[in-house]
Ligand binder design. Structure first.
Ligand SMILES: Cc1cc2nc3c(=O)[nH]c(=O)nc-3n(C[C@H](O)[C@H](O)[C@H](O)COP(=O)(O)OP(=O)(O)OC[C@H]3O[C@@H](n4cnc5c(N)ncnc54)[C@H](O)[C@@H]3O)c2cc1C
Length: 317
């Protein structure tokens, strides 16, 4: 059957052999592996390639002698930029994807539609926002940055309000061992077990909460959110705290474009449940395999899957 556009039904011309959504370790590995077997890809990334790796100060579980995230990210980025068969669409976000029998159409935030026989979706996970937490009341459109994106220099001498007790708090403190930053950490009872590693830290004030009402105000000089927060403690006692910046430590949830993706109850996209033209790679697969090396492995495997499926050497999933 001839390829037709899922949107218009008109005959479609492929933009590449493969569209890759997400330029993290999984997407970059897919692009590299695809090129190595002669497949042309388009790689879509709204931010910088491997942007998340730039915030990992120390690595101890990656082969190749890399001991920091930025070192690995620079190396991957350089290699992808030299990969002739990969066209990088930086600064673009995929907003939806649609499948037909023999092709996939990916719509970008510019409205442009790209078409290819296969798509690899490797969009990873993003931070949960206050609107996702029933114990927080905040303006509905408020979008805060996760703590791991905090810049130690800007935070120096400041008070940060941290919403949630997820593990990146310990990572932040280890990355800035001598900083004069004060952390007010407010968290629900479900996070009690997570804050053990920071309980004795003198820079941290723990504020266990039943409910938090947040009144954010944007600080013009840094474009970060300051806050006044009314906290109702576990004993029903109320207190008001003020902070220079507000960051999230609520955990993460899968990030994926809308359209023909099959999601589980938590929003992950299990690889085995998708349309045969859609292959999932990296953190988006499940909460269990969220590591750099497993992302690289799954991205590479995803590209090889499309290569063999194109040649009818294995049945498309
Ligand atoms: C603070 C922190 C510390 C970590 N430390 C380690 C560690 O020490 N060792 C380790 O192995 N792992 C670590 N990890 C986990 C590791 O970073 C991830 O497992 C890995 O980055 C997953 O790669 P990925 O390509 O699946 O997803 P990501 O790296 O999340 O990349 C996904 C990409 O998709 C892009 N994207 C999202 N939505 C869209 C869209 N709609 N259209 C186009 N692009 C989109 C994003 O901009 C992003 O660049 C850490 C993670 C964090 C947050």
């Amino acid at each position: 059957m001839a390829a037709t556009s899922p949107r218009t039904g008109a005959p479609a011309t492929s933009d590449a052999d493969l569209i890759i959504i997400g330029g993290g370790p999984a997407g970059c590995a897919a692009a590299r592996m695809a090129a190595s077997v002669g497949m042309r890809s388009v790689l879509i990334e709204p931010d910088a390639l491997c942007r998340n790796l730039y915030r990992i100060p120390a690595l101890n579980n990656v082969l190749g002698g890399y001991t920091s995230g930025p070192e690995l990210a620079d190396s991957i980025t350089e290699e992808i930029k030299k990969t002739e068969l990969c066209r990088i669409e930086l600064g673009r976000r995929a907003t939806s994807l649609r499948t037909a029998d023999d092709l996939v159409a990916v719509t970008l935030d510019t409205g442009i539609q790209l078409i290819a026989p296969y798509v690899i979706v490797a969009t990873g996970v993003g931070p949960l926002q206050p609107s996702d937490a029933s114990w927080i009341t905040a303006p509905p459109d408020l979008a805060l940055a996760p703590l791991w994106q905090a810049d130690g220099e800007t935070a120096e001498g400041r008070t940060l309000l941290i919403l949630g007790g997820d593990r990146p708090i310990g990572t932040f403190l280890r990355a800035h061992p001598t900083s004069g930053t004060r952390l007010l950490v407010t968290y629900p009872h479900t996070d009690d077990y997570k804050i053990d590693e920071i309980r004795e830290e003198p820079r941290v004030t723990l504020l266990p909460a039943d409910h938090v009402t947040l009144h954010p105000t944007r600080e013009a000089s840094t474009a970060r959110e300051a806050s006044t927060a009314e906290i109702v403690g576990r004993d029903g006692e109320r207190q008001t705290v003020k902070a220079d910046f507000t960051y999230l430590s609520l955990g993460t949830s899968p990030t994926a474009p809308s359209g023909d993706l099959v999601r589980d109850a938590e929003g992950y996209c299990p690889a085995a449940d998708q349309h045969p033209r859609i292959i999932i790679a990296g953190d988006l697969r499940s909460a269990r395999f969220q590591r750099i090396m497993s992302a690289i492995g799954s991205g590479s495997e995803a590209a090889l899957h499309t290569y063999y499926a194109t040649r009818d050497l294995i049945p498309a999933r």
